[in-house]
Design a protein. Structure first.
Length: 160
């Protein structure tokens, strides 16, 4: 008598349960990927800022040390910064030291290079005085994320 009332119970997952789990995993994965991409871009901005400050300080130090009896300068474009010898930038000079920015970082065409009308910071030999102004670098994906690198008349470099 009791055997006839026994329920036939099967174990396993239904198709709806499997789809629900796949949807939850997909949502969580997309949130994680978005946050990782945002973190990567912000790190690229910080690393580019450090690279530019380091390059400017190297140009100043080389100039103050009168290496090869020359002054050194740094030229800026939207996607790179270039350390060069002398006061006049020559793009094809093999001694140029280039820093190519990460593809997520740029110097804006409008308002990104504020160096008294030019696009180079030129350090004066023996005094280390420089073209004063600032350079703004931004994320291409989020222009509210930016860093400003300031060069004083005395050649000292600072950033925010």
């Amino acid at each position: 008598m009791f055997n006839s009332f026994k329920l036939n119970k099967k174990s396993g997952f239904t198709l709806i349960e499997v789809f629900a789990e796949i949807a939850i995993i997909g949502i969580i994965s997309s949130i994680v990927m978005f946050n990782l991409n945002s973190f990567k871009n912000e790190q690229s901005l910080k690393n580019t800022e450090i690279d530019i400050v380091t390059l400017l300080n190297k140009a100043r130090q080389n100039t103050l040390s009168s290496i090869n009896s020359n002054n050194y300068s740094v030229h800026f474009e939207t996607d790179k910064a270039v350390l060069f010898t002398g006061s006049i930038y020559n793009a094809v000079d093999v001694t140029n030291e280039k820093i190519i920015f990460d593809s997520s970082v740029t110097i804006p065409i409008s308002g990104g290079i504020n160096l008294g009308g030019g696009s180079s910071v030129i350090y004066e030999r023996l005094t280390g005085e420089a073209t004063d102004g600032n350079i703004v670098i931004k994320l291409k994906s989020d222009s509210s994320k930016q860093k400003t690198i300031t060069i004083s008349k005395t050649g000292v470099v600072s950033s925010n």
